[in-house]
Write a protein that binds this ligand. Structure first.
Ligand code: PLP
Length: 380
């Protein structure tokens, strides 16, 4: 079955009791049991819930995985994934990862004797060079947030597997419609479903999908034991979101290309970060690994004052953190999404005070460009 068909049907048979074509929101904490040790497959809703289970099956199918687990947020999904490593282990991480991931690893998990090395994974030689005897995981984000570095998933997987380490990919920016990391040897995919998968900026959630049964059992055990589960209602919202994922991603991708082309030619824009641009040094890799380029575009207007002018002049684009919704969102990574990254690291990564990140929505493309054009015209 094709992607769109899978998105609409996987995990979602019509309800056996009523025939309802959408999976009901099973808003229950527990389930009546027929007798001691006899139940209908559900005992307690932290452990399992039919709405969440439908979404978990749906997301696993979309990523081409055997197992899926949904969590209360993308960070909860990443945190659960990190329970696969133990004290004394070493983890290699993309140096330009989402600020919240960096914060979780460097400020919390590092206190539990897990060592992290943040390297530029867009060059596989850096990954190989950072490998140690105790390296148990390589955690990559591609393209990275917000400077859009692309990591070669197959090359990194080959290196990591040589050393017996798992590869985890945060696929939030692309969604499984545009990139399916497991096909390139990655072991585990994590998502903030808050973004493109839900797609409507109305829920926070996360997911872990994978093929290895032993690791999957452990993630399921962590999900039940630590309990950071996705609620039935939020599961239902994401299920509704994935039904239109293919259509939305097509439009996100189309408008992303148009907005990037507009920004690239604009005299007030110093630099753009967008893997779809032929000027992006990993354009060919992005073309090979991704089905499209998505709708995340970052651009540098040279200074904090200029960024402020643009961000405070736009009318259609909404100044807000987050991404992947139907509406165009615009933000200032240095003071918003990446404020927890040290200033010198931000500077090194290219997260300058003049950098603006845009998540191109699915409004009419011309309206988005006109709004940016008017805001950029205010720059002297
Ligand atoms: C790439 C990426 N991964 C993970 C997260 C964390 O997800 P959540 O906000 O759902 O916890 C985000 C949030 O912005 C993100 O952009």
């Amino acid at each position: 079955m094709g992607f769109a068909t899978t998105a609409i049907h996987a995990g979602q048979e019509p309800d056996s009791a009523t025939g309802a074509v959408t999976v009901p929101i099973y808003q229950t904490s527990t389930y009546a049991q027929d007798g001691l040790g006899r139940n209908k497959g559900f005992e307690y809703a932290r452990t399992s819930n039919p709405t969440r289970l439908a979404l978990e099956r749906n997301l696993a199918a979309l990523e081409g995985a055997r197992f899926g687990y949904c969590f209360a947020s993308g960070m909860a999904a990443i945190d659960a994934t990190m329970r696969l490593v133990k004290a004394g282990d070493h983890v290699i991480v993309s140096d330009n990862t989402y600020g919240g991931t960096f914060r979780l690893f460097s400020r919390i998990l590092a206190n539990y004797n897990i060592a992290f090395d943040f390297v530029d994974t867009s060059d596989v030689a850096n990954v190989e060079g950072a490998m140690k005897e105790n390296t148990r995981m390589v955690f990559v984000e591609t393209p990275t947030n917000p400077v859009m570095m692309v990591t070669d998933l197959q090359a990194v997987s080959d290196v990591a597997h040589k050393f017996g380490a798992r590869v985890v990919c945060d696929n939030t920016f692309m969604s499984p419609y545009l990139q399916r990391p497991l096909e390139f040897g990655v072991d585990i995919v994590v998502h903030s479903t808050t973004k493109f998968l839900n797609g409507h900026s109305d829920g926070i959630g996360g997911a872990v999908v994978l093929n290895n049964e032993e690791d999957a059992n452990w993630i399921g055990f962590v999900q039940n034991s630590a309990g950071a589960i996705l609620s039935p209602f939020d599961s239902w919202l994401v299920l509704r979101g994935t039904k239109t994922l293919a259509l939305r991603m097509e439009q996100h991708d189309r408008s992303g290309r148009a907005v990037a082309a507009f920004l690239e030619e604009h005299p007030k824009v110093h630099k753009i970060y967008y893997p779809g641009s032929v000027s992006h040094k990993q354009h060919d890799l992005a073309k090979r690994q991704q089905k499209g380029f998505g709708s995340m575009v970052s651009f540098d207007v040279g200074s904090l004052a200029a960024a402020r002018t643009v961000l405070e002049s736009v009318k259609l684009c909404t100044l807000a953190e987050s991404l992947g919704g139907v509406e165009t969102l615009i933000c200032h990574p240095a003071t918003m999404t990446h404020a927890s990254v040290a200033a010198d690291t931000r500077e090194r990564l290219g997260i300058t005070d003049g950098l603006v990140r845009i998540s191109v929505g699915i409004e009419d493309t011309d309206d988005i460009i006109a709004d940016l054009d008017e805001a950029l015209a205010k720059l002297s």
